[in-house]
Design a protein around this ligand. Structure first.
Ligand code: DGP
Length: 211
């Protein structure tokens, strides 16, 4: 007889937060930190605009194409689902995934539109791999505004973003960590690095749960 130790799986770590909260910068720095420490890591970003579905989403976000609100909600969700097989293989092989936006953006953005309930918005993402940790970067709208102006993409308006932020706060779960993002890039990177380095060894043999 022999015993076989399962390989430790990687952690599924998601960044959420309003625009200009520093998600993309901090994702990149975190990946660099883990690479430095020889911890297997890969970055994901949603929407992933490189797929066929992602290209439809891109033309919607850049205002080149209008898509009915329910239909586009399902496209954003489908864009996450199409990456799930790849994510699972990596997680099971021990790779930690750093994900820039996930289902919580999906729910918060669509539910900010007229006539959409949080409950309806959650349904298409039911069953997606549940993050081990959501790092919610919290930044007051006035602090976010100081970091730069909105561009020309759909959703980049202050009143809409305020509704989105309200929705994010309704979605908090036990595995969320709310981080005050109103600090220097270096200080934030140090804080997030410590949290993530502590989290990775705790997931080990824990099964990947579902949303
Ligand atoms: P980004 O590439 O992170 O700048 O995100 C593009 C925009 O799309 C941003 O305004 C957030 C929004 N967004 C991200 N995911 C979803 C989603 O699942 N549904 C909707 N409606 N909007 C989303």
């Amino acid at each position: 007889s022999f015993s076989r130790r399962m390989m430790d799986r990687g952690a599924l770590i998601v960044f959420e937060g309003c625009d200009h909260s520093g998600k993309t910068t901090q994702c990149k720095r975190l990946v660099e930190l883990l690479e430095q420490k020889r911890i297997p890591v890969q970055q994901f970003r949603f929407p992933d605009r490189t797929t066929a579905i992602g290209q439809m989403i891109n033309s919607y976000l850049s205002n080149k194409q209008d898509i009915e609100d329910h239909a586009v909600h399902l496209l954003f969700s489908a864009n996450r689902w199409e990456l799930v097989p790849k994510m699972k293989v990596l997680l099971e092989a021990g790779t930690t995934l750093i994900v820039d936006r996930y289902a919580y953006s999906g729910v918060s953005f669509t539910a900010a539109k007229e006539g959409f309930s949080i409950d309806w918005c959650k349904q298409p993402d039911c069953g997606l791999p549940r993050p081990d940790l959501v790092l919610y970067l919290n930044l007051r709208p006035d602090a976010a505004a100081k970091r730069g102006n909105f561009g020309n993409e759909r959703y980049e308006q202050t009143d809409f973003q305020a509704k989105v932020m309200k929705n994010f706060h309704l979605l908090k779960e036990s595995y969320w960590k709310e981080i005050d993002a109103d600090k220097t890039e270096d200080d934030l990177a140090a804080e997030l690095g410590e949290i993530v380095l502590n989290c990775i060894p705790t997931v080990r043999e824990r099964p990947i749960e579902k949303l």
